[in-house]
Design a protein around this ligand. Structure first.
Ligand code: XUL
Length: 541
């Protein structure tokens, strides 16, 4: 009988997804795009007009108004909302919301007859919130890193080296540039804990998943890491929310929502970030099953039972909603690189697939590094493509070259997770291409399944609400039962590695590492190594 609501407050929109746990179906889904539905905030793609290209700010009052509008829609949806048992949420990570000393009491005494936005606006000590697209805190990153003894300790404790978009450096910048605004701040929330506070009418905690996007939380203890907190801003600890497990009950839906929209006193489960919520919404509830999203950027993420960190400093570790951890590594040269190769040789997508099918595994030891744009993983500041034993006019060689290089980069640069990958859920535009997925299966030596995802973060939030509500009622459900029937890869899409592929890629990956090192000026010319490998591959066939 119960219904579970997942909300996803993302960069550009707010989505509501309602799951009926008995029939295991999504029974309602609605998205509200900020730019279109709330044009009076003047956002573009959810971001306020920029005064500097490196800055990206949004409006917490807009997020609050979106919530009010969305609950209005839900009230009119025809759903029997008396069945609503619990609500949880997902939010864009890293963004911070600054509340003054009036907020805690005022949130508990909101007037149901008045819109939420006008009651929230006076509670802010900073009108705008920096979000994850902000990269203006390079100086603060350096200062925090130096103060805690370097990138090594910061990464080992918090899961990531200092990143401009992470909340700690953002808070430091605010404290430095607007000391009186910082002095007037009683609480610094993440977007997730701010939204949960609006729902409960009280100061809500944040979870380790979102807390690990701050450069402030100690991964091992899921508590604030004192050296980073002290290095970030004066008296910050008193301004930070509590950290509670993702499955904890933050409170009940406050009287404001009950009176204003006729909702029941549903449990509000602690919110989390969009990446941890997507982990659940894509069904990655055990170690060994990972998702590879092949989109504008290529991303690999998956559950890790232990908080292992990336010594190279490019991958992230976040808390997972299951109480374990998740690793995530982003590659910038995704679709664009595939598209550049396709168009450079005048190929259609069927031609592209044909070229992949007709070229041998290992590409006869020809390697192509497709850094058309500055790359995140590995860190490449100056873009440029690199060819090893590959003729500039060899179209099929480039097609296989770009895909093999991308898949080998994903495999090699996610080894720090120390996860034995047996199953890959492929998502994103390029996951529709079976030939590309075959290379993915061959490189990893793992099964690949296509997974159609709608809003995986919103679905993950609804599933988290279900999981936590059952646990709070003393009827805990294992995660695979929570996702059962709601997150299933496409049944007929299973691909397995081809015979002999593993042996080829084991050797080619060593050569790929040597090519990367050479291209980055960190190693010798790998051509002799590749020539030897080409000979061995030819002998083996
Ligand atoms: C993760 C990140 C984004 C945001 C917005 O580190 O910056 O994924 O969470 O979606």
């Amino acid at each position: 009988m119960p219904l579970y609501l997942g909300l996803d407050s993302s960069t550009q929109s707010l989505t509501a997804i309602v799951v009926d746990s008995d029939i295991r179906k999504v029974v309602y889904e609605s998205t509200l795009a900020f730019d279109e539905t709330l044009p009076h905030y003047g956002t573009r793609h959810g971001v306020l007009p920029r005064s500097h290209p490196d800055e990206a700010l949004s409006s917490p009052v807009m997020w609050a108004e979106a919530l009010d509008v969305m609950f209005g829609r839900l009230a009119k949806s025809g759903l029997d909302l008396s069945r609503l048992a619990a609500i949880s949420g997902s939010a864009q990570q890293h963004g911070s919301v600054y509340l003054n000393s009036a907020a805690a009491a005022a949130l508990g005494a909101l007037e149901p007859s008045r819109p939420l936005a006008e009651q929230v606006a006076p509670l802010l000590s900073r009108a705008a919130s920096p979000i994850w697209m902000d990269s203006s805190t390079g100086e603060e990153c350096r200062e925090i890193t130096a103060a805690v003894g370097g990138a090594g300790p910061l990464g080992a404790h918090t899961g990531s080296r200092a990143f401009e978009r992470f909340t700690g450096p953002q808070i430091r910048k605010f404290a430095k540039t607007d000391p009186s605004g910082y002095a007037a701040t009683d609480r610094v929330h993440l977007v997730s804990s701010f939204m949960a506070s609006l729902l409960t009418g009280a100061d809500a905690p944040l979870d380790p998943g979102d807390g690990s996007g701050m450069n402030l939380m100690d991964l091992a203890s899921s508590d604030w890491w004192a050296p980073a907190v002290e290095a970030t801003a004066q008296d910050l600890l008193a301004r930070l929310p509590k950290i509670r497990p993702a499955s904890s009950v933050a409170g009940t839906l406050s009287p404001y929502w009950q009176s204003r929209h006729g909702l029941p006193a549903a449990r509000v489960i602690t919110w989390s970030g969009d990446n941890p919520c997507s982990l659940i919404g894509t069904g990655l509830v055990r170690e060994g099953r990972v998702a590879v999203s092949l989109g504008t950027s290529d991303v690999i993420f998956g559950l890790m039972e232990a908080p292992r960190v990336d010594a190279s400093g490019t991958g992230h570790v976040f808390g997972a909603p299951t109480g374990a951890f998740m690793g995530l590594t982003v590659f910038k040269n995704g679709s664009l690189a595939r598209e550049r190769v396709r168009s450079a040789f005048g190929l259609s997508w069927p031609d592209f697939s044909g070229a992949l099918a007709s070229t041998p595994i290992g590409n006869q030891a020809r390697v192509f590094l497709p850094w058309y744009e500055p790359e995140i993983t590995p860190a490449v500041q100056n873009p440029g493509v690199h060819r090893y034993r590959l003729e500039e006019r060899d179209g099929p060689g480039h097609v296989r070259g770009v895909i093999e290089a991308q898949m080998m980069a994903i495999a090699r640069h996610s080894r720090w997770m120390q996860v034995e990958v047996d199953t890959i859920y492929a998502t994103g535009g390029a996951a529709a291409n079976v030939q590309i997925l075959q290379v993915l299966a061959d490189v990893f030596g793992a099964e690949v399944h296509q997974l159609e995802v709608g809003n995986s973060a919103g679905l993950g939030a609804a599933l988290r609400a279900h999981h936590a509500d059952r646990a709070a009622s003393g009827q805990a459900l294992p995660w695979d039962q929570v996702i059962d029937g709601l997150v299933e890869p496409i049944a007929a899409s299973r691909l397995t590695p081809q015979q002999g592929a593993a042996a080829v890629y084991e050797r080619l990956m060593k050569a790929h590492a040597a090519c990367e090192a050479h291209a980055l000026g960190l190693g010798p010319d790998p051509t002799p190594l590749l020539e030897r490998l080409a000979g061995e591959l030819a002998d083996a066939t």
